[in-house]
Design a protein around this ligand. Structure first.
Ligand SMILES: [Zn+2]
Length: 443
């Protein structure tokens, strides 16, 4: 009898231990952040001291790409590990399909409590449905963008403050937290405090850029977010959560400063907007300061989190565990759409939204289809200025065949989803007006 009691006692201790021991997960995301403007990615200016410090505790992926260089599709891909045409939120103002499942839903099945803090109007839950599975989804929209009269953006200071409060209240739970900052998104505001002697951008480093004033402002916006990200990280440390947590730092897309005569992001598939930072700090800072050079994708974030938590990865997820790559020879596909949906033409209109450009990356060869093919060796030609597609050799023909097949698959999938899928399609007049006035329609 006594032995039975002892066994029961040991079992319950074991159960309590297994329930209480868990890895918390935090994603810190900065909107519109070029990887090459961070100190830890080699930028010559000291734009990001706090992010750089954090990166030393993590594994840095120096060649990470977004599947689509626009806010809503990129974050929906991060949370679902599906390409934009597969999750449905293809343009800003569009929601994920009713059937699309995202990370917090999978985590909820394993007892995780999830919270999100977003600071860009386009990520509002009424537009995107990206609140699916989150227990709290806080829209920090307390700042005006451009000369608009309405609040459409969250200040980094408020984002950190609110997220820190959430952490304080939920630090005893098993949690997943996504914190989103948006300062580097245009319009760029100049922050004197973060302008640390920014003379002209070094023309030898960025030969194609002649918009130094813009870049200078943009860089101070990075400094501004970095400062408040530092505060958030301090809070994580203060609460004793830092060491055991899985913390991911990333951006949804970059920003173009005149490369290929294009500014901002969204519609083109050059690396100025596709290349993003990705740092993964593992529990106990395992593999701290390691650098991974192979190509990876934002699609890999959800499978990596699930795998770290020993939760099975759903078969339909397209990405792979960053720490357990299946092969070195991966092919990455890209889709670009117009900015935001511009009208209220109903569900069929939403379902048939199609890419305006397609791309592919294999090794160091990037192929873009924009009415015709263009190809670049991104290792030798960082700015993608020498099209090597002319007179394609057989290897290039194989890649072109792969991209043609992808385009055809996307078109078939869109036809299929038109028939069988559902998604939120009714935008209010106010939402359309707001998206228009934010500049997403014109871009
Ligand atoms: Zn964005």
């Amino acid at each position: 009898m006594r032995l039975k009691k002892l066994i029961l006692l040991s079992l319950s201790i074991l159960l309590i231990y297994s329930l209480s021991y868990s890895t918390n997960v935090i994603i810190i995301a900065v909107d519109t952040l070029r990887a090459d403007h961070l100190g830890c990615y080699g930028y010559p200016r000291n734009t990001s001291p706090n992010i750089d410090q954090f990166a030393k505790d993590g594994v840095k992926f120096i060649h990470c790409y977004t599947p689509s260089p626009l806010t809503t599709p990129a974050f929906a891909s991060m949370l679902s590990s599906l390409s934009p045409h597969k999750h449905g939120a293809k343009r800003n103002g569009m929601s994920i399909f009713n059937r699309t499942k995202i990370l917090p839903q999978y985590l909820k099945n394993h007892g995780y409590y999830s919270g999100a803090f977003i600071s860009n109007y386009t990520l509002k839950k009424d537009l995107t449905r990206l609140n699916r599975g989150f227990d709290t989804y806080t829209e920090v929209l307390d700042k005006k963008r451009w000369l608009n009269l309405f609040l459409s953006e969250g200040d980094a200071k408020d984002v950190s403050k609110k997220a820190s409060k959430w952490l304080y209240h939920n630090s005893k739970r098993k949690f997943f937290l996504w914190v989103h900052y948006t300062s580097p998104h245009e319009p760029y505001v100049y922050h004197k405090q973060f302008d640390k002697g920014y003379e002209e951008v070094d023309a030898s480093v960025y030969p194609e850029r002649s918009h130094f004033k813009k870049i200078r402002k943009y860089d101070t916006e990075i400094g501004y977010d970095d400062h408040y990200i530092g505060q958030l990280i301090n809070k994580i440390k203060e609460l004793g959560l830092y060491d055991d947590s899985l913390i991911i730092f990333m951006a949804d897309h970059g920003e173009s400063f005149g490369e290929h005569n294009y500014f901002t992001h969204g519609r083109k598939l050059y690396n100025s907007s596709l290349h993003v930072p990705l740092v993964v700090k593992l529990p106990a800072n395992k593999n701290a300061n390691a650098v991974v050079e192979r190509n990876v994708s934002l699609l890999d974030i959800a499978p990596t989190i699930l795998s770290q938590l020993e939760i099975p990865t759903p078969d339909d997820m397209e990405g792979e565990d960053l720490f357990n790559p299946k092969s070195e020879e991966r092919v990455f596909y890209f889709e670009a759409y117009k900015g935001a949906v511009d009208s209220n033409r109903g569900e069929v209109f939403h379902l048939k939204v199609s890419p305006i450009r397609y791309g592919l990356l294999k090794g160091n060869i990037k192929l873009i289809y924009d009415k015709e093919y263009e190809a670049y060796d991104i290792e030798k030609d960082q700015f993608e200025s020498h099209n090597i597609y002319k007179n394609p050799d057989s290897e290039m023909a194989v890649l072109a065949g792969m991209l043609t097949e992808f385009i055809s698959n996307v078109k078939d999938f869109i036809e299929y989803s038109k028939k069988y899928y559902k998604q939120k399609s009714k935008l209010t007049k106010e939402e359309i007006e707001k998206l228009k006035s934010l500049g997403y329609i014109k871009k």
